[in-house]
Design a protein around this ligand. Structure first.
Ligand SMILES: *Cc1c(COP(=O)(O)O)cnc(C)c1O
Length: 415
């Protein structure tokens, strides 16, 4: 697509970043740098207690992004996106949120810059996560349960499915409608896009600076992958070295076995949203109609994956593994008890695989250096933890037939 075609939906500078595939380094504007000073650099922590408990010769480090009120790495991109919207002279931005981390981050960024923020929150989350909602309202965002009567698409969905609890696809459609029909507003997205990976590369740049400062050479780099933004940001400078032949790393993406885009998806052009209103992207996908089982509580439920990471995976430059959610929560709890931090279920996917690698090192006697991304805290996910503690959490792995049925509905394009 051209910048012109995208300009009704997205902010101009962000479109420029999205479509730019030649500029290696973008300067971080002064105002974004001062905002980052409130919570960055984020700590790169050596997990001594975890190493000791696992009796492993491996050295384990994690880059912790949960040290801000929104509780995750999403604030890194939220402030950049809000900044460019403000510079364009816009009045406000719209977005959707499912679990609520992105909506929270964006409302904090908008409050800081004096920008209006309209969040469409999937109705079931709006009702089940009242505290997330109130955090967003504390930062001046208007939070509307989706589907709503405020938009044509919302009214249509409600007429067809009265009493529906909503979906991310539906919330995206509402947020896009409001952005494109309200003067001075644009739509923003918290993952998947190239621009979001670019903003998140601050994670990798800091991690690399800290490792270099102490002369530490990473062997394995691990991150969870939903839409791919934290992992893309964490690995950016390391992958650069790898591509230039300056260093070699094993890079591992971790995804839930209930939503296995990399490990069981297809590399093809697909819609980025369930509502099929957004442009197509070439990526690993399970099909835009794929919805993970309702008992899936671990996050990372996006059907597709960042195009950038998809290409790297396709070219064999990184690996991917999928893990079951009860194993993820077990790792989360283990980590909380030994390292003190109560992790977001999403982050715990990376913990699980980092622990598996450390245990393998114990068996082989290799003293590898493992670095993983700890993307956030899990205080708003206690309902999921409760399910796990009460033994009510189940694993669900979609069958081949289920995935096949979804993949058969991929749009028919060449490329
Ligand atoms: C949103 C989120 C993720 C997954 O998103 P990516 O774009 O894949 O990084 C992971 N961890 C936390 C805490 C999140 O909020």
């Amino acid at each position: 697509m051209t910048a012109q075609e995208l300009s009704g939906v997205f902010c101009e500078e962000l479109i420029r970043q999205e479509l730019d595939d030649t500029t290696a380094l973008f300067p971080i504007p002064e105002q974004i740098r001062s905002f980052y000073k409130m919570y960055r650099p984020s700590p790169l922590v050596r997990a001594y207690c975890l190493e000791e408990k696992l009796q492993t010769p491996a050295k384990i480090y994690y880059k912790f992004e949960g040290n801000n009120t929104s509780g995750s790495h999403k604030l890194n991109s939220a402030i950049a996106q809000a900044y460019y919207a403000k510079m364009q002279g816009l009045k406000g931005v719209t977005t959707e949120t499912g679990a609520g981390q992105w909506g929270t981050a964006l409302s904090m960024a908008c409050a800081y810059l004096g920008l209006d923020c309209k969040v469409y929150m999937v109705k079931v989350s709006y009702e089940q996560k009242p505290f997330r909602r109130e955090v967003m309202r504390t930062y001046c965002a208007s939070v509307t349960p989706s589907p709503s009567m405020e938009t044509a698409v919302g009214r249509k969905i409600l007429a067809e499915h009265p009493g529906t609890t909503g979906s991310l696809g539906c919330a995206i459609s509402e947020a896009v409608e409001v952005a494109t029909s309200t003067p001075g507003y644009r739509y923003v997205l918290g993952s998947v896009l190239n621009q979001v990976l670019l903003h998140q590369s601050v994670i990798g740049l800091e991690a690399k600076a800290a490792l270099d400062k102490y002369g530490i050479q990473a062997d394995v780099i691990i991150g969870c992958a939903g839409g791919g933004s934290n992992l893309g940001g964490l690995i950016a400078p390391f992958m650069g070295q790898k591509l230039r032949g300056e260093a070699d790393y094993r890079i591992i993406a971790v995804e839930p076995s209930s939503c296995p885009s990399f490990t069981r998806g297809k590399y093809a052009y697909d819609f980025c949203d369930t509502g099929m209103v957004c442009p197509l992207a070439k990526m690993y996908t399970l099909g835009s109609g794929f919805i993970p089982a309702p008992n899936h509580a671990g996050g990372l439920r996006y059907h597709g994956m960042s195009s950038t990471l998809s290409q790297l995976y396709h070219d064999g430059l990184m690996e991917a593994v999928s893990v079951k959610q009860t194993d993820v929560f077990q790792a989360a709890e283990y980590f909380a008890r030994v390292e003190g931090i109560l992790p977001a279920p999403e982050s715990a996917h990376a913990i699980k695989v980092a622990m598996d690698e450390a245990i393998r090192c114990r068996e082989t006697g290799e003293a590898k250096t493992i670095v993983f991304g700890l993307t956030g805290t899990g205080y708003f996910d206690m309902v999921a933890y409760e399910k796990f503690h009460d033994g009510k959490m189940q694993d669900y792995t979609p069958s081949d037939a289920e995935l096949q049925a979804s993949l058969e509905r991929l749009p028919n394009v060449n490329g």
